[in-house]
Design a protein around this ligand. Structure first.
Ligand code: SF4
Length: 323
């Protein structure tokens, strides 16, 4: 198993901007965590690492989210950075949840991940990459044969067209190598900013913020932004964090969204960052019930990768058709 390349990140400049207020009470939000416990039961202190969030105690500092005077932009930035630090301690092993061995495989897997789970993509790509290991091979694929291989990921005709098109473009315009620049990546068929940032951040070590459905939902719940448009979300979040944090921040937020802060039933009662969250109470607050909502390693289930990084604490996911 290859080492995950996600750890490698470029350093960048910090960019905190001022001036925008949210409706969150500053006092309540910015001093919340004295007596909180993590889901593991371990007390949370400022700057103290969390070991895991596998099971545990209710987050008790929801009262911290009392309405007060509007939170200043600076206070929101501080709170956002603190959430990021907490997430780094809760998910020290956060990583891209697509299996890949090189930039081309990550690009293909990311295109396939639209409208399906990373697990389903990971179960599909081993046979796909065995049949078409390079852009040249995939560009020359018989469409119907490629479609059949990627059928489990849904929208397989459109995705096959994108894969053949992007492979041909890589072959014809980039010497057979996936380009490492955003401006070039977005010229490939089926590749937008989200896909380009995934590839840049995880295959090239270029910092990027990936605004997928989880990321957008969580940053709005945390009042880091009220934008809906992914490009505007990306720009506003980029102004809150230093570049060096962008890629890992993206993974941590997505990990939290998949495991705890779900779209329909966020497990607020088992959420270790509840004291910092202005949306505490949007989901289940009863600790027992909330724990039952936890997914993947938090809920005793394997993660999405068949070949996870060595430090991943859960079990690898099963291949397609293996129960
Ligand atoms: S909405 Fe609930 S689960 Fe999501 S981050 Fe806030 S407290 Fe945690």
């Amino acid at each position: 198993m290859s080492k995950s390349p996600v750890r490698a990140q470029a350093k960048g400049a910090d960019g905190v901007s001022e001036g925008r207020n949210s409706a969150v009470g500053e006092q309540g939000i910015s001093r919340p965590t004295k007596a909180t416990k993590r889901p593991s039961g371990e007390p949370v202190k400022q700057g103290k690492p969390a070991k895991s969030a596998k099971s545990g105690e209710p987050a008790k500092a929801a009262a911290a989210a009392k309405p007060g005077k509007p939170e200043s932009h600076l206070a929101m930035v501080r709170r956002a950075r603190r959430i990021n630090r907490e997430l780094a301690e809760i998910y020290p092993y956060a990583h891209p949840e697509l299996d890949f061995r090189n930039p081309f495989e990550l690009l293909v897997a990311t295109v396939l991940s639209a409208q399906t789970t990373d697990l389903r993509v990971n179960q599909t790509t081993p046979a796909l990459f065995a049949a078409y290991p390079t852009p040249e091979d995939m560009a020359a694929a018989v469409p119907e044969e490629l479609e059949e291989l990627i059928r489990p990921t849904g929208f397989f005709r459109a995705k096959a067209k994108s894969l053949i098109g992007l492979s041909a473009s890589i072959r014809d315009n980039f010497g057979g190598e996936v380009p490492g620049r955003l401006a070039d990546l977005v010229t490939l068929p089926g590749v937008g900013r989200k896909t380009a940032n995934v590839v840049l951040g995880n295959a090239f070590g270029v910092p990027g913020i990936t605004v997928d459905t989880h990321f957008g939902r969580l940053v709005r719940r945390w009042k880091w932004t009220d934008q809906e448009d992914p490009e505007k979300v990306e720009a506003e979040i980029a102004a809150i964090f230093p570049k060096s944090e962008w890629t890992m921040l993206s993974h941590r937020v997505v990990f939290h969204g998949r495991r705890i802060c779900h779209a329909r039933k966020p497990a607020c009662g088992a959420c270790p960052i509840a004291p910092l969250c202005p949306s505490y109470g949007e989901g289940e607050t009863d600790p027992e019930k909330a724990r039952k909502l936890l997914k993947y390693e938090m809920g005793g289930q394997p993660g999405q990768r068949l070949s996870p990084p060595p430090d991943y604490p859960g079990r690898p996911a099963p291949p397609l058709g293996a129960g």
